[in-house]
Write a protein that binds this ligand. Structure first.
Ligand code: 13P
Ligand code: SF4
Length: 350
């Protein structure tokens, strides 16, 4: 096993501050909120549109997606749902790579997003020119990229995966004796390498939300709650994953919260996930894994600033105006479709 981590310098990122993003949203009265939601439901119906949301977006959007016949899920199931649904318009509440993935798979559909400014630090950490050079240096490796990447990076990759199927796909490649070039999340890459033993060369990106979890403070919290199970998303640092009882995609850790006999859970992922966990098992207690502690510089504090840019106000706006449509270059889309379709095919064969 190589455990080599080589990559060019990662760009310095401008990270918005979640609390500032949230303070900029209009604060509706309950009555106004219901009016806005009702108007959105009407517009979705009139435009033969369906709302597909990630677990990390505002709970109003998650609620609206579910009650309007849309869907709330992890990034893999969002892609599958959009691909299988007959709506002419997909409204994707999440971050840009989720909207782009929907467009890669569904060029005939209109794909709208409440905001086009919702980035992802993993996507931003992997500029296509540097990534191409990285791939060129390792021509004997199979290129596997996380879905949290740009369409150009997907177009260069052999396979796209999400955290829901990354372990299985890399295991399968390892069984064929393949070496894997992995990008962009170093924590997820190292986790897969450790569990599968596959020879991997790993890019150095990180999620600015999960990277903030602190293992020493988590250990102390676990001592305070000895009966709690620890659930972690694999974008978290290795020291966190080593403390976790379950490591998995957002859907996988929600299912663990539902299915495990524990009554308390410490959860190391974006706090947006608590809405679904509490909805599914309201009798259980969910505790946020700590982002404070030694060396804390947290700007996100367990809530992704880019996910927080999605709100009822901008969802209504795009449905009223048709703004924020995702457009992609057709030649690049066709190339990105190859690796992205492989993700869906691999997932459905499991
Ligand atoms: P999931 O695929 O597990 O939903 O993860 C997406 C993501 O961006 C997590 O930070
Ligand atoms: Fe990207 Fe992290 Fe935000 Fe997920 S939580 S969209 S990985 S920055």
């Amino acid at each position: 096993m190589s455990n080599t981590v080589t990559a060019p310098n990662i760009p310095i990122l401008e990270v918005p501050i979640t609390a500032e993003i949230e303070s900029l949203r209009p604060h509706y009265t309950l009555e106004r909120k219901e009016e806005v939601k009702a108007r959105i439901r009407t517009l979705l119906k009139e435009q033969n549109a369906v709302l597909v949301a990630h677990y990390y977006v505002d709970e109003d959007l998650q609620e609206l997606a579910e009650e309007s016949g849309g869907y709330v899920s992890d990034s893999l199931d969002m892609a599958k749902f959009g691909n299988e649904h007959s709506a002419e318009t997909l409204v994707v509440a999440g971050v840009r790579f989720m909207g782009e993935t929907a467009k890669i798979l569904n060029p005939e559909k209109r794909v709208l997003m409440p905001t086009l400014e919702a980035e992802c630090s993993l996507d931003l950490s992997c500029p296509i020119d540097d990534f191409n050079a990285f791939c060129d240096q390792h021509p004997d490796h199979v290129v596997v990229v996380y879905s949290n990447t740009s369409i150009e990076v997907k177009a260069r990759a052999d396979y796209v995966v999400t955290s829901g199927i990354a372990l299985k796909l890399v295991t399968w490649l390892g069984e064929q004796g393949k070496k894997v070039l992995w990008a962009p999340d170093k924590h997820l890459g190292r986790y897969i390498e450790r569990v599968t033993g596959v020879d991997m060369t790993i890019w150095k990106g990180a999620c600015i939300v999960h990277d903030e979890f602190k293992s020493r403070s988590l250990g102390k919290l676990a001592d305070e709650y000895p009966a709690a199970a620890i659930l972690a998303h694999p974008e978290s640092p290795e020291e966190i994953l080593l403390l976790a009882d379950v490591v998995g995609s957002t859907t996988q850790i929600i299912n663990a919260a539902r299915d495990l006999p524990h009554k308390q859970f410490i959860v190391a992922t974006d706090s947006g996930i608590f809405y679904k966990m509490r909805q599914l098992v309201p009798e259980k207690e969910f505790i946020e894994a700590p982002t404070h502690g030694e060396g804390a510089t947290c700007k996100s504090c367990a809530h992704c600033p880019w996910m927080a840019m999605n709100g009822l106000h901008n969802l209504l706006h795009v449905l009223e105006t048709g703004e924020n449509e995702i457009h992609v270059d057709e030649e690049i889309r066709v190339k990105a479709l190859r690796s992205t379709q492989r993700m869906l095919d691999f997932a459905s064969a499991q």
